[in-house]
Design a binder for this molecule. Structure first.
Ligand SMILES: Nc1ncnc2c1ncn2[C@@H]1O[C@H](COP(=O)(O)OP(=O)(O)OP(=O)(O)O)[C@@H](O)[C@H]1O
Ligand SMILES: [Mg+2]
Length: 293
């Protein structure tokens, strides 16, 4: 008896979203007591893009993500995800759409008393209780490998993993239900530069191979340059600009200029330019002779 004998027991998955904007936020306002975090904020995320979301600490990036996934009920506004109005229904009614996204929260908590594999199985048990044990274990093992961890990590406890491995385990769990949308809140915070670059590649590879739309909150300028198709900037309680980094550089908003044109922003840009030149030089070298002339 192999797991393949159970494949016919797998539940039918909903048809994938084919519209242009899997995430649409319109006129969003969020308040905590007297504090207004968002006011009339709008944002459209394109299908298949990796969208970077930046903004000062406390500008409301995590609250925006929580509003999009229905964990924070806004005071005003409309949030549509995969064509469904998230604000209209309560959490339970959203169940059909909730299983179509994966989330890595800031801090990325795994259940410490469960192994990595068991952590990945949690959403599978919750949303697809009809899947038999063997198949569920096998799916979890596959997701662990997909997130770039060795097979052996499946049976390890979170306390036995490095920070970077924990993040990957969190990604494996976020991928458990074959999502169309992936939400990542500061995934490279606390990783060394090499670990962060490896995680960036993982995000890009997953987005491309699995056809994901990625909502990526980050402070990491290298991440923005390396893997984001567009970047949304949160300031003054709304999204003040969305575009490619060259497009954003054309803005004269002080926060954008300070962030991308400040010393760290310039260093990230120059490192990206060096990498592009190196890649171009390597391609020239590899090109068949006579091709250019
Ligand atoms: N549940 C809550 N109750 C009250 N205030 C909250 C709550 N969640 C967030 N806030 C406040 O909303 C503001 C925005 O918080 P948020 O966590 O979205 O910031 P952020 O942009 O993600 O910051 P960071 O970059 O530090 O993660 C902060 O002032 C925060 O204190
Ligand atoms: Mg945050």
């Amino acid at each position: 008896m192999s797991v393949f004998d159970h494949l016919s027991d797998l539940p039918d998955l909903p048809a994938r979203f084919t519209g242009d904007y899997p995430i649409m936020v319109e006129g969003l306002t969020n308040r905590f007591g007297d504090q207004v975090v968002h006011e009339n904020l709008s944002l459209k995320v394109r299908r298949g893009e990796v969208l970077g979301v930046v903004g000062g600490s406390g500008s409301g990036k995590s609250v925006l993500m929580r509003s999009i996934i229905g964990l924070q009920r806004p005071a005003e506004g409309r949030v549509e995800v995969l064509g469904r109005d998230i604000t209209a229904a309560d959490l339970d009614q959203n169940i059909g759409v909730r299983r179509r996204w994966g989330v890595l929260f800031q801090g990325g908590a795994l259940f410490s008393t469960l192994t990595v594999g068991e952590n990945v199985e949690v959403p599978l048990r919750q949303y697809y209780p009809e899947i038999v044990d063997d198949l569920r274990h096998e799916i979890a093992r596959y997701k662990v490998r997909l997130s770039g961890l060795p097979d052996a990590a499946t049976s390890k406890y979170p306390s036995e993993l490095s920070g970077g491995m924990k993040k990957r385990a969190g990604v494996a769990r976020a991928l458990a239900l074959d999502p169309e949308l992936l939400f990542l809140d500061e995934p490279t915070a606390g990783l060394d530069p090499i670990g962060a670059a490896a995680f960036d590649r993982l995000t890009r590879d997953l987005a491309e191979t699995l056809g994901l739309t990625v909502f990526l909150i980050t402070h990491d300028l290298d991440t923005l340059h390396e893997i984001c198709d567009r970047v949304a900037v949160l300031a003054d309680k709304r999204v003040i600009a969305v575009g490619t980094i060259p497009e954003l550089l054309a803005s004269d908003h002080p926060w954008i200029q300070e962030y991308f044109n400040g010393p760290r922003g310039r260093a990230a840009m120059e490192s990206k330019e060096r990498a592009v030149h190196k890649a171009e030089a390597a391609m020239d070298k590899d090109a068949p002779r006579g091709d250019t002339g």
